[in-house]
Write a new protein. Structure first.
Length: 155
């Protein structure tokens, strides 16, 4: 039996727009090209439940949609229903953190990619040593933006 997949309701897409406006200014130009899909049941990896995945949208999707989607967030509907509103927001934000949009200054071409998480620990390692990994000096964010949630939500 095939797994059922469907597009998220507009209120969830609005949550994406609010998160982008407040925390992801680099995604402002692509916010309408991010789609959230729900999968009926969560998958597992290494015995752990996967709440969602982030991926670049395949080109074939643009043939089927009215929008040229760049990114897909696929969430497990069965797990989503058990999350609090704060946990739902955190889950979407987690996936937005993976999306990278970079413009080549010479050609103007825009590159879309998925970045791995900034930190990767096993629980046991973290319990024993804490956040022990050296910090990358490029991790500091000195950018200032005047984009507001209203700027994005009123598009």
């Amino acid at each position: 039996m095939p797994t059922e997949i469907w597009k998220a309701a507009e209120d969830i897409q609005d949550k994406v727009k609010t998160l982008v406006a407040n925390h992801h200014p680099e995604l402002v130009l692509a916010v309408d090209e991010i789609v959230i899909l729900f999968r009926e049941k969560a998958t597992k990896k290494g015995g752990k439940v996967i709440l969602g995945t982030s991926k670049k949208a395949p080109a074939i999707l643009n043939i089927l949609a009215d929008v040229e989607y760049k990114f897909i967030i696929e969430l497990a509907a069965d797990e989503w229903t058990m999350l609090s509103d704060n946990e739902r927001t955190a889950l979407i934000d987690h996936h937005l953190c993976a999306f990278q949009v970079e413009e080549d200054p010479k050609t103007g071409d825009v590159k879309y990619s998925i970045a791995p998480p900034d930190i990767g620990y096993y629980y046991g390692e973290y319990e024993r040593y804490g956040d022990w990994r050296p910090k990358d000096s490029s991790d500091s964010d000195d950018t200032d933006t005047n984009v507001t949630a209203d700027d994005i939500l009123n598009t």
